[in-house]
Write a protein that binds this ligand. Sequence first.
Ligand code: SF4
Length: 401
Amino acid sequence: MVWPGNARLPGAAVGAGSAMTTNLLAYDLDRLTTFCEGLGEKRYRALQLFRWIHQKGVPDFDAMSDLARGVREKLAAVACVKPLAVLSQHISSDGTVKWLFDVGEGDAVESVFIPDDDRGTLCISSQAGCAMGCRFCATGHQGFSRNLTTGEVLAQLWFSEHFLRRHLSRKDRVISNVVMMGMGEPLQNYSELLPALRVMLDDHGYGLSRRRVTVSTAGVVPKIDALSQDCPVALAVSLHAPNDDLRDKLVPLNRKYPLAELLPACRRYLAHAPRDFITFEYCMLAGVNDQPEQAHELVKLMQRYANGTTWCKFNLIPFNPFAQSGLQRSRPEQVHGFARILSEAGIVTTIRRTRGDDIDAACGQLAGDVRDRTRVGERIARQRTLILRPSSTSDLSVKET
Ligand code: SF4
C-alpha cells in the first residue's frame, strides 16, 4: 500500500462547483428524484445519477457514460457534485488516517479513518466546533461556529471512501462502519443529519446497515426520540459519570436533560434500535470518575433501568489529555479495575484501544479549525477549573480560576 504521505494538500478537491449551482451531494434519493423531475427527467435518471455519485465516486457529469448527452448538459447547467477541499492529511503509524476539510469562511473540520482487520470505520464531524462544552473534549474547548450541511457531512464520507478505494486499489467498499463521533453534537444538527444518514443506508448509496451507522450524542433527549422514529441507527451516548452532580460538571447538557430523563429515553430507543443494546461511552479521567465506588454507583444506575434485561454496553475510553483541560488520563490498572466491576455485574464492557494518537486523531482530540462564534470556548477557558480530589465523587469541586 502506498500512501501519499503526511502533507498539506491545498486544492486537493476535485472540480469544486459554482456557488450558483445545486450541490447534489446534499440530496438523498427522494430529494434527488424531485430535483430530476423538476428538470423533466424520470425517477430512474435520479437512480443512475445517485449511483454515479455515491457508488462510483464520480463528480463529473461528462463521465457518467450511461446518461444521455442532453441530460448531462442539463445537469451541468444547474448542478454540481462539490467535494470539500482537503487542507491536510495525516497518517498514523497504526494506519489511522486523519483529514482536515475546509468548510469555508475560516472553518475546517476533521474526519478519521480507523482500519481494522475485519472493518474500516470512518468517524465523521457534524458541526464546525461544538456548543456542548464537555470538559474532556478538545472540540468542546474550541467553541462553536456552525452546523454542517447535509452535503458537507456526506462529502467527508464521499471523499474518504473513494480516496481510500483508489489508494488501496480496491473496487469494493472500504468503509464498513460510520460513526458520527467527530466534531459536534449530531443531534443538534438534526435536519441536516437525517438525509445524510439516509444516503449512508441507501442500497443505491453506501448500502450500510443500520447496525453499522452509529450516532453518538451527549444526550439531546427529544432528538433521541425523534431519531427512533425517523431513522433508528445504532445509538451511543456519552455518559461519563454515574450521577447528575458529576455529569453536570463534565457534560453541561446534563443540566437540561438529567439522567432521569436521558436513561428512559435510551430505553425507549431500544424498542426501535437495530442492536439490542445502547452503547454508553465513558471517558476515564484520573481521580474524577474512575473510582471503584463510582463503578458500583454506575452498576446500580444501570440496574435501575434494566427491567431484568441486558440493555447496555460500556465503552471505557482512555482520556487523551490536552493542555487546556486540566485533566489527566486514568492509570491502566484503574481502568481495568473499573471495567472488572462493571463486567462482574453482567455489563458488557470494553476498553477502547487508542488509535491514531500520534496524529492527534484519537477520541476527544479532534479540534479542526473553527471560529468560535458563540464564545463557548472562551467561556470554558475563563470559567472554572475542576479541582480533583480522588478520594470521593462528592469531593469533586469547582473553583474560579
Ligand atoms: S464530547 Fe461531543 S458533544 Fe461534548 S463537546 Fe465534544 S464534540 Fe461536543
